[in-house]
Design a protein around this ligand. Sequence first.
Ligand code: ATP
Ligand code: MG
Length: 354
Amino acid sequence: MSNLSKSRILTGDTPTGRLHLGHYVGSIENRLAMQQTHDCFFIIANTHALTTRAHEPAAVREDVVQITMDYLAAGIDPAKSTIFVQSEVPAIAELTWFFAMLLGFGRLMRNPTVKDEIVVKNLGDNYSFGFLMYPVGQVADILAFRAAYVPVGEDQVPHIEMTRELARRFNVSYCGVDPQAGDEEHARKGVFPVPEAKVGRISRLIGTDGKNKMSKSLGNHILLSDDAKTVQKKCNKIYTGRQSPTDPGTVEGNPIFEYFDAFATDKAEVAGLKERYREGKVGDGDCKKRLAEVLNAMLEPMRQRRAAFEAHPEKVLEVLRDGTARANVAAEETLYLAKQAMKFDFFPRELKLR
Ligand code: ATP
Ligand code: MG
Protein backbone atom coordinates (compact mmCIF):
# COMPACT_ATOMS: atom_id res chain seq x y z
CA MET A 1 0.00 0.00 0.00
CA SER A 2 1.43 3.42 -0.84
CA ASN A 3 1.52 6.12 1.83
CA LEU A 4 -1.09 8.08 -0.12
CA SER A 5 -3.75 5.42 0.41
CA LYS A 6 -2.94 4.81 4.09
CA SER A 7 -4.68 6.74 6.84
CA ARG A 8 -2.46 9.02 8.86
CA ILE A 9 -1.39 9.04 12.46
CA LEU A 10 0.32 11.84 14.35
CA THR A 11 1.87 11.63 17.76
CA GLY A 12 5.10 12.60 19.43
CA ASP A 13 7.05 13.72 22.44
CA THR A 14 8.28 16.87 24.10
CA PRO A 15 12.08 17.15 24.48
CA THR A 16 11.97 17.54 28.26
CA GLY A 17 14.17 14.46 28.73
CA ARG A 18 14.62 11.04 27.18
CA LEU A 19 11.91 8.42 26.70
CA HIS A 20 10.91 6.12 29.54
CA LEU A 21 8.94 2.92 30.10
CA GLY A 22 5.66 4.90 30.32
CA HIS A 23 6.16 6.19 26.80
CA TYR A 24 6.85 2.69 25.60
CA VAL A 25 3.59 1.11 26.79
CA GLY A 26 1.54 4.30 26.43
CA SER A 27 2.43 5.18 22.87
CA ILE A 28 5.58 3.69 21.30
CA GLU A 29 4.22 0.14 21.06
CA ASN A 30 1.20 1.40 19.12
CA ARG A 31 3.49 3.38 16.85
CA LEU A 32 5.60 0.31 16.11
CA ALA A 33 2.50 -1.66 15.18
CA MET A 34 0.94 1.17 13.17
CA GLN A 35 4.02 2.05 11.14
CA GLN A 36 3.35 -1.11 9.13
CA THR A 37 -0.20 -0.08 8.22
CA HIS A 38 -0.45 3.71 8.51
CA ASP A 39 1.26 6.84 7.20
CA CYS A 40 3.01 7.84 10.42
CA PHE A 41 4.18 11.30 11.51
CA PHE A 42 6.14 11.56 14.77
CA ILE A 43 6.68 15.07 16.06
CA ILE A 44 9.46 16.15 18.39
CA ALA A 45 7.66 19.04 20.04
CA ASN A 46 10.56 21.35 20.89
CA THR A 47 8.36 24.46 20.89
CA HIS A 48 6.23 22.85 23.61
CA ALA A 49 9.36 22.14 25.64
CA LEU A 50 9.66 25.91 26.11
CA THR A 51 6.60 25.76 28.41
CA THR A 52 8.89 24.51 31.18
CA ARG A 53 12.40 24.90 29.68
CA ALA A 54 12.46 28.32 28.03
CA HIS A 55 15.83 29.08 29.66
CA GLU A 56 17.56 25.81 28.71
CA PRO A 57 18.07 26.01 24.93
CA ALA A 58 21.10 23.69 24.86
CA ALA A 59 19.31 20.98 26.85
CA VAL A 60 16.19 21.19 24.67
CA ARG A 61 18.30 20.84 21.52
CA GLU A 62 20.21 17.88 22.97
CA ASP A 63 16.95 16.15 23.92
CA VAL A 64 15.61 16.55 20.36
CA VAL A 65 18.53 14.38 19.25
CA GLN A 66 18.25 12.01 22.22
CA ILE A 67 14.53 11.38 21.67
CA THR A 68 15.14 10.74 17.99
CA MET A 69 17.74 8.14 19.03
CA ASP A 70 15.20 6.65 21.45
CA TYR A 71 12.74 6.27 18.56
CA LEU A 72 15.31 4.63 16.32
CA ALA A 73 16.47 2.38 19.18
CA ALA A 74 12.87 1.34 19.90
CA GLY A 75 12.46 0.25 16.28
CA ILE A 76 10.81 3.20 14.55
CA ASP A 77 11.94 2.93 10.95
CA PRO A 78 12.61 6.27 9.20
CA ALA A 79 12.05 4.59 5.85
CA LYS A 80 8.42 3.94 6.87
CA SER A 81 7.72 6.79 9.31
CA THR A 82 8.32 10.53 9.26
CA ILE A 83 10.16 11.90 12.32
CA PHE A 84 10.32 15.69 12.38
CA VAL A 85 11.13 18.81 14.43
CA GLN A 86 8.10 20.94 15.32
CA SER A 87 9.88 24.33 15.22
CA GLU A 88 10.88 23.80 11.56
CA VAL A 89 7.31 23.26 10.38
CA PRO A 90 5.94 26.83 10.40
CA ALA A 91 2.46 25.80 9.17
CA ILE A 92 1.85 24.40 12.66
CA ALA A 93 2.48 27.78 14.30
CA GLU A 94 0.20 29.49 11.79
CA LEU A 95 -2.61 27.00 12.38
CA THR A 96 -2.18 27.45 16.16
CA TRP A 97 -3.14 31.09 15.74
CA PHE A 98 -6.31 30.21 13.79
CA PHE A 99 -7.40 27.53 16.27
CA ALA A 100 -6.75 29.82 19.26
CA MET A 101 -9.41 32.13 17.81
CA LEU A 102 -11.96 29.32 17.83
CA LEU A 103 -11.37 28.28 21.45
CA GLY A 104 -12.98 29.89 24.49
CA PHE A 105 -10.58 30.76 27.32
CA GLY A 106 -12.93 29.16 29.89
CA ARG A 107 -13.00 25.92 27.88
CA LEU A 108 -9.19 25.81 27.84
CA MET A 109 -8.96 26.35 31.60
CA ARG A 110 -11.41 23.49 32.23
CA ASN A 111 -9.07 21.06 30.44
CA PRO A 112 -8.16 18.60 33.26
CA THR A 113 -4.66 17.89 31.89
CA VAL A 114 -3.81 21.61 31.96
CA LYS A 115 -5.07 21.85 35.57
CA ASP A 116 -3.15 18.70 36.60
CA GLU A 117 0.12 19.81 35.02
CA ILE A 118 -0.02 23.16 36.82
CA VAL A 119 -0.23 21.27 40.14
CA VAL A 120 2.09 18.31 39.44
CA LYS A 121 4.83 20.41 37.84
CA ASN A 122 4.60 22.99 40.65
CA LEU A 123 3.90 25.84 38.25
CA GLY A 124 1.77 27.75 40.77
CA ASP A 125 0.68 30.95 39.05
CA ASN A 126 4.09 31.38 37.44
CA TYR A 127 3.27 29.60 34.20
CA SER A 128 3.76 31.55 31.02
CA PHE A 129 1.08 32.70 28.63
CA GLY A 130 2.73 30.23 26.23
CA PHE A 131 1.99 27.36 28.63
CA LEU A 132 -1.72 27.94 28.01
CA MET A 133 -1.04 27.99 24.27
CA TYR A 134 0.55 24.54 24.24
CA PRO A 135 -2.73 22.55 24.16
CA VAL A 136 -3.82 24.71 21.22
CA GLY A 137 -0.45 24.07 19.61
CA GLN A 138 -1.04 20.38 20.09
CA VAL A 139 -4.38 20.69 18.29
CA ALA A 140 -2.46 22.26 15.40
CA ASP A 141 0.23 19.52 15.52
CA ILE A 142 -2.44 16.88 14.96
CA LEU A 143 -4.69 18.74 12.53
CA ALA A 144 -1.77 19.98 10.39
CA PHE A 145 -1.44 16.35 9.29
CA ARG A 146 -5.17 15.69 9.11
CA ALA A 147 -4.46 12.62 11.20
CA ALA A 148 -7.14 9.97 11.68
CA TYR A 149 -5.56 8.47 14.84
CA VAL A 150 -3.39 9.76 17.66
CA PRO A 151 -1.59 7.09 19.74
CA VAL A 152 -1.25 8.59 23.25
CA GLY A 153 -1.32 7.84 26.97
CA GLU A 154 -4.43 8.53 29.04
CA ASP A 155 -3.24 11.97 30.22
CA GLN A 156 -3.46 13.25 26.65
CA VAL A 157 -7.08 12.24 26.03
CA PRO A 158 -8.50 15.65 27.12
CA HIS A 159 -6.23 17.30 24.51
CA ILE A 160 -7.52 14.96 21.81
CA GLU A 161 -11.08 15.78 22.89
CA MET A 162 -10.28 19.48 22.40
CA THR A 163 -8.75 18.65 19.00
CA ARG A 164 -11.96 16.90 17.98
CA GLU A 165 -14.02 19.93 19.04
CA LEU A 166 -11.81 22.36 17.14
CA ALA A 167 -11.74 20.25 13.96
CA ARG A 168 -15.55 20.29 14.00
CA ARG A 169 -15.73 24.00 14.82
CA PHE A 170 -13.39 24.87 11.94
CA ASN A 171 -15.32 22.71 9.47
CA VAL A 172 -18.64 24.21 10.58
CA SER A 173 -17.32 27.81 10.56
CA TYR A 174 -15.45 27.73 7.25
CA CYS A 175 -16.47 24.70 5.19
CA GLY A 176 -20.26 24.79 5.49
CA VAL A 177 -20.44 21.50 7.41
CA ASP A 178 -23.69 21.12 9.35
CA PRO A 179 -23.20 21.59 13.15
CA GLN A 180 -25.04 18.27 13.68
CA ALA A 181 -22.90 16.37 11.14
CA GLY A 182 -21.24 13.10 12.11
CA ASP A 183 -17.50 12.42 11.84
CA GLU A 184 -17.89 10.85 8.41
CA GLU A 185 -19.44 14.03 6.95
CA HIS A 186 -16.65 16.12 8.53
CA ALA A 187 -14.07 13.90 6.82
CA ARG A 188 -15.85 14.27 3.47
CA LYS A 189 -16.78 17.96 3.46
CA GLY A 190 -14.46 19.63 5.96
CA VAL A 191 -10.74 20.42 5.79
CA PHE A 192 -10.14 18.43 8.97
CA PRO A 193 -11.16 14.85 9.75
CA VAL A 194 -12.16 14.38 13.42
CA PRO A 195 -9.23 12.40 14.90
CA GLU A 196 -9.48 9.56 17.40
CA ALA A 197 -7.19 8.91 20.38
CA LYS A 198 -5.64 5.46 20.41
CA VAL A 199 -4.66 4.79 24.01
CA GLY A 200 -1.85 2.28 24.60
CA ARG A 201 -1.91 -1.15 26.26
CA ILE A 202 -1.19 0.57 29.58
CA SER A 203 -2.83 3.96 29.64
CA ARG A 204 -0.96 5.36 32.66
CA LEU A 205 2.17 3.65 33.91
CA ILE A 206 2.92 4.64 37.49
CA GLY A 207 6.30 6.20 38.39
CA THR A 208 8.95 4.70 40.68
CA ASP A 209 7.67 7.09 43.40
CA GLY A 210 4.52 4.94 43.53
CA LYS A 211 2.47 8.12 43.33
CA ASN A 212 2.44 10.06 40.06
CA LYS A 213 2.37 8.81 36.48
CA MET A 214 5.88 8.04 35.24
CA SER A 215 7.00 11.34 33.76
CA LYS A 216 10.11 12.85 32.20
CA SER A 217 9.91 15.94 34.35
CA LEU A 218 9.28 14.29 37.71
CA GLY A 219 12.43 12.15 38.00
CA ASN A 220 10.34 9.03 38.73
CA HIS A 221 11.22 7.23 35.52
CA ILE A 222 13.23 4.34 34.14
CA LEU A 223 14.62 5.44 30.78
CA LEU A 224 14.73 3.23 27.69
CA SER A 225 18.40 4.29 27.46
CA ASP A 226 19.39 3.60 31.10
CA ASP A 227 22.24 1.10 31.43
CA ALA A 228 21.72 -2.17 33.29
CA LYS A 229 23.22 -0.87 36.56
CA THR A 230 21.07 2.25 36.56
CA VAL A 231 17.96 0.15 35.97
CA GLN A 232 18.88 -1.99 39.00
CA LYS A 233 19.49 1.14 41.12
CA LYS A 234 16.18 2.69 40.09
CA CYS A 235 14.35 -0.57 40.79
CA ASN A 236 15.91 -0.64 44.27
CA LYS A 237 14.47 2.82 44.93
CA ILE A 238 10.89 1.97 43.94
CA TYR A 239 8.55 3.11 46.68
CA THR A 240 6.10 0.42 47.84
CA GLY A 241 5.23 1.70 51.32
CA ARG A 242 5.95 -1.75 52.82
CA GLN A 243 7.72 -1.63 56.22
CA SER A 244 9.22 -5.12 56.58
CA PRO A 245 9.86 -8.00 54.10
CA THR A 246 7.63 -10.32 56.18
CA ASP A 247 4.64 -7.93 56.18
CA PRO A 248 1.78 -9.03 53.93
CA GLY A 249 2.37 -6.89 50.81
CA THR A 250 -0.09 -5.10 48.56
CA VAL A 251 0.18 -5.87 44.86
CA GLU A 252 -2.47 -3.48 43.53
CA GLY A 253 -1.03 -0.06 42.67
CA ASN A 254 2.47 -1.29 43.60
CA PRO A 255 4.94 -0.13 40.92
CA ILE A 256 6.94 -3.39 41.17
CA PHE A 257 3.95 -5.43 40.09
CA GLU A 258 2.66 -2.87 37.61
CA TYR A 259 6.03 -3.17 35.88
CA PHE A 260 6.02 -6.98 36.11
CA ASP A 261 2.53 -7.03 34.58
CA ALA A 262 3.59 -4.64 31.84
CA PHE A 263 6.92 -6.19 30.87
CA ALA A 264 7.38 -9.77 32.13
CA THR A 265 6.83 -12.48 29.55
CA ASP A 266 6.54 -15.30 32.13
CA LYS A 267 3.04 -14.64 33.49
CA ALA A 268 3.07 -17.78 35.70
CA GLU A 269 6.21 -16.56 37.48
CA VAL A 270 4.56 -13.18 38.12
CA ALA A 271 1.39 -14.85 39.48
CA GLY A 272 3.57 -16.91 41.88
CA LEU A 273 5.53 -13.86 43.03
CA LYS A 274 2.32 -11.93 43.69
CA GLU A 275 0.93 -14.72 45.83
CA ARG A 276 4.10 -14.95 47.92
CA TYR A 277 4.30 -11.16 48.22
CA ARG A 278 0.74 -10.98 49.54
CA GLU A 279 1.58 -13.64 52.12
CA GLY A 280 4.79 -11.88 53.25
CA LYS A 281 6.94 -14.73 51.92
CA VAL A 282 9.10 -12.67 49.57
CA GLY A 283 10.78 -9.35 50.29
CA ASP A 284 10.81 -6.19 48.18
CA GLY A 285 14.57 -6.62 47.61
CA ASP A 286 14.21 -10.00 45.85
CA CYS A 287 11.30 -8.76 43.74
CA LYS A 288 13.23 -5.65 42.70
CA LYS A 289 16.27 -7.73 41.73
CA ARG A 290 14.14 -9.99 39.53
CA LEU A 291 12.29 -6.98 38.08
CA ALA A 292 15.59 -5.36 37.03
CA GLU A 293 16.54 -8.59 35.21
CA VAL A 294 13.20 -8.63 33.38
CA LEU A 295 13.51 -4.96 32.38
CA ASN A 296 17.14 -5.30 31.34
CA ALA A 297 16.30 -8.26 29.09
CA MET A 298 13.68 -6.14 27.34
CA LEU A 299 15.89 -3.05 27.06
CA GLU A 300 19.11 -4.72 25.90
CA PRO A 301 18.27 -4.90 22.16
CA MET A 302 17.28 -1.21 22.28
CA ARG A 303 20.60 -0.31 23.94
CA GLN A 304 22.47 -2.08 21.16
CA ARG A 305 20.56 -0.30 18.39
CA ARG A 306 21.08 3.02 20.21
CA ALA A 307 24.85 2.50 20.46
CA ALA A 308 25.03 2.22 16.66
CA PHE A 309 23.39 5.67 16.29
CA GLU A 310 25.39 7.22 19.11
CA ALA A 311 28.49 6.37 17.09
CA HIS A 312 27.01 8.28 14.10
CA PRO A 313 25.12 11.36 15.32
CA GLU A 314 25.15 12.78 11.76
CA LYS A 315 22.77 9.97 10.73
CA VAL A 316 20.27 11.11 13.38
CA LEU A 317 20.29 14.65 11.99
CA GLU A 318 19.79 13.27 8.48
CA VAL A 319 16.72 11.36 9.66
CA LEU A 320 15.32 14.57 11.17
CA ARG A 321 16.11 16.65 8.12
CA ASP A 322 14.44 14.23 5.69
CA GLY A 323 11.47 13.82 8.00
CA THR A 324 11.06 17.56 8.52
CA ALA A 325 11.13 18.14 4.75
CA ARG A 326 8.36 15.54 4.27
CA ALA A 327 6.37 16.96 7.20
CA ASN A 328 6.49 20.42 5.62
CA VAL A 329 5.00 19.13 2.38
CA ALA A 330 2.04 17.62 4.25
CA ALA A 331 1.52 20.55 6.65
CA GLU A 332 1.82 23.23 3.94
CA GLU A 333 -0.88 21.45 1.96
CA THR A 334 -3.19 21.44 4.97
CA LEU A 335 -2.45 25.08 5.75
CA TYR A 336 -3.29 26.04 2.18
CA LEU A 337 -6.62 24.17 2.36
CA ALA A 338 -7.41 25.85 5.70
CA LYS A 339 -6.54 29.30 4.33
CA GLN A 340 -8.63 28.65 1.23
CA ALA A 341 -11.60 27.81 3.46
CA MET A 342 -10.96 30.99 5.47
CA LYS A 343 -10.55 33.11 2.32
CA PHE A 344 -6.92 33.84 3.27
CA ASP A 345 -5.50 32.16 0.17
CA PHE A 346 -3.96 35.31 -1.29
CA PHE A 347 -0.58 34.08 -2.48
CA PRO A 348 0.28 30.38 -2.59
CA ARG A 349 3.84 29.70 -1.43
CA GLU A 350 6.49 27.03 -1.46
CA LEU A 351 8.61 26.16 1.54
CA LYS A 352 11.98 24.48 1.24
CA LEU A 353 14.55 23.49 3.85
CA ARG A 354 18.13 24.33 3.13
P1 ATP B 1 6.57 15.69 30.74
O1 ATP B 1 6.85 15.32 32.16
O2 ATP B 1 7.54 16.65 30.16
O3 ATP B 1 5.12 16.08 30.52
P2 ATP B 1 5.96 13.04 29.89
O4 ATP B 1 6.77 11.99 30.52
O5 ATP B 1 4.57 13.28 30.40
O6 ATP B 1 6.82 14.36 29.93
P3 ATP B 1 5.15 13.62 27.21
O7 ATP B 1 6.17 14.03 26.19
O8 ATP B 1 4.30 14.68 27.85
O9 ATP B 1 5.91 12.78 28.35
O10 ATP B 1 4.21 12.48 26.61
C1 ATP B 1 4.49 11.77 25.41
C2 ATP B 1 3.49 10.65 25.23
O11 ATP B 1 3.71 9.60 26.18
C3 ATP B 1 2.03 11.07 25.45
O12 ATP B 1 1.23 10.36 24.54
C4 ATP B 1 1.73 10.62 26.86
O13 ATP B 1 0.35 10.37 27.06
C5 ATP B 1 2.53 9.32 26.93
N1 ATP B 1 2.91 9.05 28.31
C6 ATP B 1 3.73 9.81 29.07
N2 ATP B 1 3.87 9.27 30.29
C7 ATP B 1 3.12 8.13 30.31
C8 ATP B 1 2.87 7.10 31.29
N3 ATP B 1 3.41 7.17 32.50
N4 ATP B 1 2.05 6.07 30.96
C9 ATP B 1 1.50 5.99 29.72
N5 ATP B 1 1.71 6.93 28.75
C10 ATP B 1 2.51 7.98 29.03
MG1 MG C 1 3.46 15.00 29.74
